[in-house]
Write a protein that binds this ligand. Sequence first.
Ligand code: NAG
Ligand code: NAG
Length: 327
Amino acid sequence: MLALLFLVLLTTSLNLHVEAQDIGSRIKVYANRGDNITLPCHLEGQSDFSGTKIKWTKMENDSTETNVLISMGFHKKTYGNFQNRVYLLEANENDATLVLTDINLKDYGTYRCEVIVGLNDKIIEVDLELQGVVFPYSPRRGRYNLNFHDAEAACLEQDAVVASFEQLFEAWKGGLDWCNAGWLNDGTVQYPINNPREPCGGARASAGLRNYGQRDKSNSRYDVFCFTSALKGRFYYLILPKKQSYDEAVQACKNDGAEIAKVGHIYSAWKLLGYDRCDAGWLADGSVRYPISRPRRNCSPTEAAVRFIGFPDKKQKLYGVYCYKTQ
Ligand SMILES: *[C@@H]1O[C@H](CO)[C@@H](O)[C@H](O)[C@H]1NC(C)=O
Ligand SMILES: CC(=O)N[C@H]1CO[C@H](CO)[C@@H](O)[C@@H]1O
C-alpha cells in the first residue's frame, strides 16, 4: 500500500522533491557471494532518461555515501571497488537498474538510485542482503583481545567481514546463542542470547541481543562476530594415513594443490552446504574444529554446530586437517 502510494507520488508530482524513505516499502535483493545481480530502479511515468543524470551510491555505516556509478547520457563512470563491476541494464527508457557482478562480502548494504531530470530528483533505495553465516571469533591469544581494527583484520583473515547488526539479528532468530560480547561493523558491541541465564545478562532477562552500545574503537577489547557467504572453491577434509602437526597439516594441503582452510570456510561449508565430518582438523589460524550437521553420539550429540576443540600446541600430532581449494 505504501509502496503504491510512493509510486503515485512519483508519477503525479513531478515537481516535488520526493525521497523514498519509507523503510517498509524498500526493495530487498538477496544474493550469494560471486553472484551477478540487478538492483532495480524503475521510475514509472517518467519520460525517457536520455540526457538525465543517474547516480548510484552506496550508504556507508557512518551514513556517508560513496559513488558506485554516475551516468550522464553517454558518459558513464564507475568508482572504487565497483570499477568495471557495474553497469546500467538499460532495459528500456525508464530503466535505471544497476547490474552488479561478482558480489563480494563488502557489497552488502543499502544502495541509492538517484535520477535527476532538470530540477527534479528521484530517489529509490535498495537493500542488498547476502545469504551467509555469522560466527563468533576470538584469536589464539584469547578472549576479549580485539579492538575494532583488530576485529576487522581478524574476520578478513578468516575469509569474512565484521557482521552487521541485521546479520547478527538474523543469526539470533536462527538460534545463535553466544555469551561473549563481540564487535559489529557499526562499532557497537553485542551478543545474542536465546536461552537467558545468569552469567549472560540475567536469567530473568528476555531472550535477545544484549547490547553494550558504542565502544571506543581503539581502546576497548572484545571478541568479534564475523559474517561470511557462499564459497567459490571447495572445502574438504584431507584423508591422510596419520595425524598431523600444524606445520605438517599446512604442507599436506599444499601437496594436495590446496591451502589449509580458514574458519570462515568451515562455517560456510557447514551452514550453507550441510558439511558434516566427525574428525577434528587443523585450520589456518591454528585452531582445531569439526563441522556437525547431523548431531549424533560422540559427535556434538545435542546440536548442529561447528565444534571448537581449541588452539592446541602446534607440535601435537593429534589432528587431521581441513583444506580449501579455489576452483
Ligand atoms: C557475471 O557477469 C560476468 C560479466 O558480465 C560474466 O563474465 C560472468 O560469467 C557472470 N557470472 C555469473 C555467475 O553469471
Ligand atoms: C565510521 C565507521 O564505522 N566506518 C566503518 C564502516 O565499515 C567499514 C567496514 O567494516 C570500516 O572499515 C569502517 O571503519
